[in-house]
Structure formats: C-alpha cells, structure tokens
Design a protein around this ligand. Structure first.
Ligand code: FES
Length: 92
C-alpha cells in the first residue's frame, strides 16, 4: 500500500514502495546527508514526527529517540518527518 511522506517545512509525496526512505527523498531531489547507506554511520538520520517505519536491516549506528535512519527503512504508514537543517531541494 502506498503511503504519504510529509516533510516538515517542505512538501508531501507518495514514494514508490520499493524505495527506502532515503531513496524516496532523493527521488524528489531532496538534498540528503548520507555516507554508508547501510545503517552504520548515522548521517542519514531524520526526525520521525509521526508514523511508523520498518527497517530491512537492524541499524548499527546510534539512533537518538525519535530519529530514524532513512537509508535502511521503508515507510510502514503515512509519515511526517523533519530533516535536520530543513528541507533543501537540489538544483540541477
Ligand atoms: S547513510 Fe549511513 S546510516 Fe544511513
């Protein structure tokens, strides 16, 4: 089932279900921090304001309460997230 991802101070979109949250945000040209893309480094963290995600791999990085690693999870419900530093869109 498709879920809506809402970015605080940003916009909402419906990601393709096969995409991780990080890939889904990148598909919308959201400028995201990342390094390992495998749950090790923690640089892709976003605040989960509302909703649920499902991890396909157990995150290794320390994840503070209320935060999620966008590289290794999928939306499990409609989500509202807050991106550290705000939502920036890449210009091409
Ligand atoms: S990019 Fe390293 S934990 Fe997500």
């Amino acid at each position: 089932m498709a879920h809506i991802v809402k970015i605080m101070e940003g916009f909402s979109f419906i990601p393709r279900s096969e995409l991780t949250l990080l890939e889904a945000l990148e598909s919308q040209k959201v400028d995201m921090e990342y390094q390992c893309r495998e749950g090790f480094c923690g640089s892709c963290q976003v605040q989960l304001v509302e909703g649920e995600v499902e991890y396909f791999a157990e995150p290794i990085a320390f994840v503070a309460d209320g935060k999620i690693l966008s590289c290794c999870c999928y939306p499990k419900s409609d989500l509202t997230i807050e991106i550290p530093g705000g939502c920036r869109i890449k210009k091409e």
